[in-house]
Write a protein that binds this ligand. Structure first.
Ligand SMILES: [Zn+2]
Length: 102
């Protein structure tokens, strides 16, 4: 039913970032919900390897959750950005504290 279940080698996907067509087997899955393990009823988006590398220079674990938590797009931009920066700063402080103790 879905192309990825058929193991079809000729299946191509389109890179989300640069629009290049690439073989499915060479693409990196990108799940905007940050959960690649729950595959039910989902269509993944794809990135080519180059874009995947460029787009992921930093750990972004929890970013999507953070945006939801801060109601991205649902309050005015300035308030959102202030809350975002504050939260990110707090999280980084935590990471640095942990490093000092390791
Ligand atoms: Zn690309």
């Amino acid at each position: 039913m879905w192309p990825w279940s058929s193991q079809n080698r000729t299946t191509t996907v389109t890179c989300l970032a640069c629009g290049e067509e690439i073989g499915r087997s060479k693409a990196r899955e990108y799940d905007k919900y940050g959960n690649r393990w729950d595959r039910e009823d989902k269509a993944f988006e794809y990135l080519c390897k180059d874009c995947h590398r460029e787009l992921c220079p930093h750990p972004r674990h929890g970013l999507e959750d953070l945006l939801v938590e801060l109601e991205a797009g649902e309050r005015d931009q300035e308030a959102f950005l202030r809350a975002y920066l504050l939260t990110v700063q707090k999280r980084q402080d935590r990471v640095e504290e942990r490093r000092e103790w390791e």
